[in-house]
Design a protein around this ligand. Sequence first.
Ligand code: IFM
Length: 453
Amino acid sequence: MNIQNHSFLNAHMDWQRSDFPTNFEFGVATSAYQIEGSQFGGCGESHWDRYAAKSGNVVGNEHGGIACDHYNRWEEDLNLIQQLGVDSYRFSTSWARIMPYGKGQPNAKGLAFYDRLIDGMLARGISPNLTLYHWELPMALADKGGWCNRDTAYRFADFSELICSRYGDRVDRFATINEPWCVSWLSHFLGLQAPGKTSLEAAALSMHHILLAHGLSIQAMRSLNQRNLGIVLNFEHAQPADDSERAILATERHDAIINRWFLEAITKKQYPEPALEGLGDYLPESYSEDMDIIGQPIDWLGINYYTRQLIAHEDGCGFPATKTVLGPRPKTAMDWEIYPEGLGQLLPRIAEQVGADMPLYITENGLATNEPIIDGRSQDGLRLDFFNQHLAEVKGAIDKGLNIQGYTAWSLMDNYEWSFGYDKRFGLIHIDFETLKRTPKASYYAWQKSMQS
Ligand code: IFM
């Protein structure tokens, strides 16, 4: 995979490593269920396996049973990361692989897999950046109510303790949860991800319990003297779709649910009023007693950014009475509007909330495209433009003095895009899901060049 062998590719980024501060960290990300293959290595059933098995939940009824077969091909994948030249790899541990029933006796094969993976990163000079929970809840816990059940938060703390004691000496940064808004609101109110619930009560309970799980996990890892603990939140740039008072209020509610709920719970130990208006009645009665646990100090904050949303008032439905309206800009294959300035506008707002000293990392940013492989090559110009535009915003924010310490591209390779199946390709590396052949795209080579200069 030597870059000289690919001089046919003129693709390049508008930036290079040396444009960023000396210790700025560049990385790539994936998650367990999306790449590993849940049918290998004694992995237990997760609520994603069960959700995907129900016809109609996922495009093409596709599932993560094999995914990218990373469980077996991890060495090839780590070699590709090493040759890419980035500093870190953000991956996640599958709870169901390690604890097939969500608690109790761990699966030795699962533990050994992550030993190999982490040691493999270290041997290649790649910094391991571990996310404990990226969405695949063991089915045994889902059967008992999943994130609507308070007990799941305590089981997650036990899982965190196990992972931290086993791998903590070799992992550089731990995140507790990836995108708690997706775990709760998207999956329990909008019903678009496992477990596919559509209830305000389920949303409120899961929005609180996922944060409790985060706080208990931080406590458990702190008690083991682990350093560099944080969480990864997803943000959208939300703007009213028109000038009406109703659209402005709808945007406030939307923004409170996605951009403020999790951040303010962690930083201010409170939930935002515009969201409490609709959710407060469904929270556990003594929820405020949990806020000290939820507001445990963290060492860094991860920010995932993909798009902006234009928000309008939706008549005839209950809280939050919002609907999204497609903006005018070009869209990705997910139909997400490409809006890099949204990241530039969110960053100072987040920094103000968490305080100037808090290290911020862009933990996910990227896009799905449908560009084909022709003659073994993929000229994915859209991806290059997307990275260029978003990294320009990150650079601008750093130049203004914000404490942004890293940028991680989503994703290392095409993978299982949840309810969208394998059709939405976010990777720097193309995967042929028939043969599982890996083919680096033009963006991979462009990143490689930028990492060398
Ligand atoms: O693929 C997902 C990832 O699992 C979480 N963040 C958003 C990505 C793109 O949808």
